[in-house]
Design a protein around this ligand. Structure first.
Ligand SMILES: [Zn+2]
Length: 461
């Protein structure tokens, strides 16, 4: 540690810094990978200085929802932790929270294996939400040890035959997670309703890609969220809802919060950026994502949710299918695997989206990083203040971000954002004080990302 005022490892000089309470011209002094001080411009010196004149300095982005190298149908998606996180950091994301895939056997062992897989390649820091598919004794018993190991948030699916938990399982799993200070999270869509609606659509012959949103109505999300809210209230636990897609789901979260439940909505880049007009495009196959893209009014309402602080986080739901795996020629949307890549696009599209809607830099920092850090327990992330990790993005607000030129997680995948150009692009990105992107070019090192072992919430008896 330095004990003199004016010696630091690195100073980010003359930037417009988006701090916790205000945005103003400051120098960010960094020591040992942490922010040591915020200083008046020119007040101190350091061995390394980064010129941020004319640039905006924001906390490194936190992508709360990625599926890197994701197993499906006996293979896996076409990226790996190096290629996916290189794409992420070039876009201004310095932390991802990915998932531990469902599987058989020792849950804690599978969590640790997933950490090892990521640690070998990742160039950003990372945490994981383990996916739980059963409330069997082994799982219930393992949850405490998994939380103690730093995996404090979980995902359960209320639909998909191969992994869903029923309401009873959800109840017992939520209780077990809450008892050890973890955060239960859900892919929330009511299974029975979806099954019936799909059956109806099959009989009506409406299976073309253009009909996809009808097969997964927002009502199914709302019903499932109501169930989770009821349980969360009874247990006294917070709850996290992954990928809230539109107004019906968001209203269910708003209602739960008005009823005193600490319920947090995550949405995704695509729900904030696109709408169901995509299903009329020639490349509509790309947009098969679950839950579906909703209407333009839903998209606008999600932005209202951002302002209301009901939406606490934005994930990319990155899942880099090979183009040929996703683009199966079919007039039946059930043949197309749901999901799409987007780890590279999340932060630039949020940056431009906030600007287009007149939301300040503070809102951008909140929704791209700081709220997620708080809700998910990423203690040293998401805020530019002394003591926090020096994960910083230095934005050139005038530069174009071009989806077609952005480095993707894999050359074999595709993009939802073809042809899109926005204003604002990261020029430099620091991960714990070390440059991972310099002048828009990747300069990071495979394996420099670290697992973030999160601490559980304090549980009062
Ligand atoms: Zn997902």
């Amino acid at each position: 540690m330095n004990d003199t005022y004016d010696t630091y490892d690195t100073i980010v000089r003359n930037g417009l810094v988006v701090g916790r309470t205000e945005t103003r011209a400051q120098d960010v002094a960094i020591t040992d990978g942490r922010i040591a001080a915020l200083l008046p411009p020119g007040a101190a010196s350091a061995a390394e200085e980064i010129d941020a004149s004319g640039l905006l300095v924001t906390p490194g982005g936190i992508d709360t929802h990625t599926h890197v190298r994701w197993p499906h149908d006996g293979i896996h998606t076409t990226d790996d932790f190096f290629s996916a996180t290189r794409a992420a950091v070039l876009g201004g994301t310095t932390t991802i929270v990915d998932f531990v895939p469902p599987g058989d056997g020792d849950l804690l062992g599978r969590c640790r294996d997933r950490v090892d897989e990521a640690a070998a390649g990742a160039v950003v820091d990372f945490g994981f939400h383990p996916i739980l598919t059963s409330a069997d004794d082994a799982t219930l018993k393992a949850i405490g040890a998994v939380i103690a190991d730093g995996f404090t948030s979980f995902k359960m699916y209320t639909t998909y035959e191969d992994r869903r938990v029923d309401d009873g399982d959800a109840w017992y799993l939520m209780n077990a997670i809450a008892a050890d200070g973890g955060l239960p999270g859900f892919h929330a869509e009511n299974h029975e309703l979806l099954e019936s609606v799909l059956d109806h659509e099959v009989r009506a012959g409406r299976l073309g890609v253009e009909h996809y949103p009808r097969s997964r109505p927002g009502l199914a999300e709302a019903e499932s969220i109501q169930m989770i809210a009821l349980y969360a209230k009874r247990i006294g636990t917070p709850a996290y809802i992954f990928h809230v897609s539109g107004s019906e789901a968001l209203d269910a979260v708003r209602t739960a919060r008005a009823d005193g439940v600490r319920m947090f909505a995550e949405t995704c880049t695509h729900y904030l950026t696109l709408d169901d007009s995509c299903f009329r495009r020639p490349d509509a196959w790309k947009y098969i994502i679950s839950p579906p893209l909703r209407g333009a009014a839903d998209r606008d309402d999600l932005w209202a949710g951002v302002t209301e602080e009901v939406v606490v986080s934005v994930g990319s739901d990155h899942c880099a299918y090979r183009r040929d795996v996703k683009n199966v020629p079919s007039d039946d949307h059930r043949a197309i695997p749901a999901g799409a890549p987007g780890i590279e696009a999340r932060t630039p599209l949020l940056f431009a989206g906030c600007a287009a809607r007149g939301l300040g830099y503070d809102t951008f920092a909140a929704v791209s990083a700081s709220r997620a850090a708080k809700v998910l327990g990423l203690r040293h992330k998401g805020v530019i203040a002394p003591g926090y990790d020096a994960d910083l993005v230095l934005w050139d607000g005038e530069a174009d971000w071009d989806a077609d030129l952005a480095v993707k997680a894999s050359s074999e995948t595709f993009s939802l954002y073809d042809g899109m150009k926005t204003s604002g692009r990261p020029r430099h990105v620091l991960l714990r004080g070390t440059a991972a992107v310099r002048d828009g070019r990747f300069v990071g090192r495979a394996g420099s990302g670290r697992f973030i072992a999160r601490r559980p919430r304090a549980v009062t008896a």
